[in-house]
Design a protein around this ligand. Sequence first.
Ligand SMILES: CC(C)(COP(=O)(O)OP(=O)(O)OC[C@H]1O[C@@H](n2cnc3c(N)ncnc32)[C@H](O)[C@@H]1OP(=O)(O)O)[C@@H](O)C(=O)NCCC(=O)NCCS
Length: 161
Amino acid sequence: MPQIRPYRPGDWTSFLALDIETGLAALHAPAAVDMERYRKAWPNVLREKFSWTDSGPGAPGSTFLVLEDDGGTYAGHLWLTEDTDVFTGEPKLWVTTVAVVPACRGRGWGRLLMTLALAEARKRGIPTVALNVDAQNASAEKLYAALGFAVTRKRMEHRLP
Ligand SMILES: CC(C)(COP(=O)(O)OP(=O)(O)OC[C@H]1O[C@@H](n2cnc3c(N)ncnc32)[C@H](O)[C@@H]1OP(=O)(O)O)[C@@H](O)C(=O)NCCC(=O)NCCS
């Protein structure tokens, strides 16, 4: 059985590798130069835009859980951030990211992490859990739909020539 625990400073390298892999997968076959730029820039983006510290995300109301496999190896993570909906004024719990390392996918661990996200919202009395998912990420979308998530907004982009 996998174990769940809070983030520790020694998780940085494993977290960053999995988070960058998740981000790159959403870029739709990026050029090598763009992948390199993203890899270099992401640690600073985490620090500057997501208040990342040695202890994990520093924004108030954020939670970062690490999933460890039976051998105590980093196998995945769940990052939650609390926010207020600008339209309704209601609190919302965002799944900033969720991921399982490739070697451990398909074992029900992604579902386990998402179940923890829903449980955390219930514990905090937050009525809505929200997330963004890339339009081509069919496996994640299937997981979210199976847990009761529904599409409420779509983002459209037009890339100019
Ligand atoms: C999305 C992700 C977290 C799922 O984790 P996982 O541990 O592989 O998922 P689980 O084994 O718990 O599977 C749960 C459900 O997800 C869906 N799913 C998972 N892998 C799938 C696949 N390859 N194809 C289709 N559906 C899939 C299924 O609905 C599955 O339920 P089922 O087994 O009853 O059919 C994992 O694929 C991942 O880390 N992806 C890269 C990071 C990422 O994209 N994160 C989401 C960002 S929004």
